[in-house]
Write a protein that binds this ligand. Structure first.
Ligand SMILES: Cc1cc2ncn([C@H]3O[C@H](COP(=O)(O)O)[C@@H](O)[C@H]3O)c2cc1C
Ligand SMILES: O=C(O)c1cccnc1
Length: 351
């Protein structure tokens, strides 16, 4: 299984530098002062480099919402009980969650995956790929084995493979898992060496007292498991989560197929950091979406050099910020396709 992951990583290509250059030259010929469309221009050039097309269209796009439970919930680190994870999965399947609304707004599909929920879930639209019924409590031992982490990564890759085969060309990362900001903070701490006061935030909205406790739990999990910071799989298995592993797979899968993958908030960015440590080439296919209110998100984005395009004071996850960003990626490619050039419009170019 590790061999399969290695092969996948070897398949990921760098962005096509020539296409990026061509896109930048085209943008400078459009009827606007050079660079005046700001981040939209950067996105247009990056997407051209990913796809090898100057103005790709993304009629079919999907947010992959990976759901899983966390044994560390028994330490009391969330404002909500663990049962909310399966309850929210049903909400996704009934179309009533925030991500459903915003995905409809963006014209995107929501793909809901049970990759590690601690409940028996059945629904015709649920992608049932449960690797185990939630992680173990990382404050007492490893959250999962390395084999389980790899298995979950490969589930993410396979789901992207299947969607690419059906014509999907752009993906967003989404997740649901009560307790998953604790795992994400632990990942960030181990991979960057930052202490838990810097990496731990309020998640679903814990008070000051619980925040201090959550910092202690993260410190304890790192102490108990002693993950090897130079080995992203070891870190993911010991202090990560099944949905985070699944999203690592979604990101690597998108990169393999040269598709843009829009990264949501704090938890998705923790998955992105693991993916970028497995292969820095994956980072080229990531588009930052929004800056979450969750403490540590900016540190995570900086670590990967990702720039968020939205700042909406959101702190929800599910893929909500990422699906909103789909429209901006599509706007950027429409600029490439539809805007007149100085020559075609008979407008005088500047200096
Ligand atoms: C009703 C509800 C819907 C959510 N949708 C996403 N999250 C978000 O909150 C959780 C992480 O926060 P913590 O680590 O503090 O538990 C994740 O499930 C995340 O996706 C939700 C949380 C709740 C309560
Ligand atoms: O940024 C996120 O993804 C986030 C923040 C808080 C709680 N859940 C998710």
């Amino acid at each position: 299984m590790k061999e399969q992951l290695k092969q996948l990583i070897d398949h990921i290509q760098p962005l096509d530098g020539q296409k990026v250059e061509e896109a930048l030259q085209h943008l400078d010929q459009l009827t606007k002062p050079p660079g005046s469309l700001g981040k939209l221009e950067q996105i247009a050039a990056q997407v051209a480099g990913m796809t090898g097309e100057l103005a790709p269209s993304f009629e079919k796009k999907a947010v992959i919402v990976m759901a899983a439970d966390h044994g560390v919930c028994e330490e009391g680190i969330s404002a909500f009980p663990a049962e909310v994870t399966p309850q929210m999965v049903l909400n996704f399947l009934h179309g009533g969650a925030a991500v459903n609304v915003l995905a409809r707004h963006a014209g995107a599909e929501v793909v809901c995956v049970d990759i590690g929920v601690n409940a028996e879930l059945e629904h015709p639209n649920l992608v049932s790929r449960n690797v185990r019924k939630g992680t173990a409590n990382m404050a007492k031992g490893p959250a999962m084995t390395e084999e389980e982490a790899i298995q979950a990564i490969l589930v993410g890759v396979e789901i992207v493979d299947q969607h690419v085969a059906q014509g999907y060309r752009m993906f967003a990362t989404g997740e649901m898992g009560i307790g998953n900001t604790t795992a994400s903070s632990a990942l960030l701490s181990v991979l960057t060496g930052m202490n838990s006061e810097q990496t731990v935030g309020r998640g679903t909205g814990i008070d000051d007292e619980r925040l201090v406790h959550k910092q202690t739990v993260v410190r304890k999990a790192i102490q108990v498991n002693a993950p090897n910071a130079k080995d992203p799989l070891d870190v993911l298995a010991k202090v990560g989560g099944l949905e985070i592993a699944g999203l690592v797979g979604v990101i690597l899968g998108a990169a393999k197929h040269q598709c843009p993958v829009v990264i949501d908030g704090f938890i998705s960015s923790a998955a992105a950091l693991i993916a970028s440590r497995l292969t820095p080439l994956a980072t080229g296919y990531m588009i930052g979406s929004h800056l979450s209110q969750e403490q540590g998100h900016e540190l995570l984005l900086d670590e990967m050099g990702l720039t968020p395009v939205l700042q909406l004071d959101m702190r929800l996850g599910e893929g909500t910020g990422a699906v909103l960003t789909f429209s901006l990626v599509e706007a950027a490619t429409k600029i490439m396709r539809e805007m007149a050039t100085f020559a075609s419009a008979g407008i005088s170019a500047g200096e």
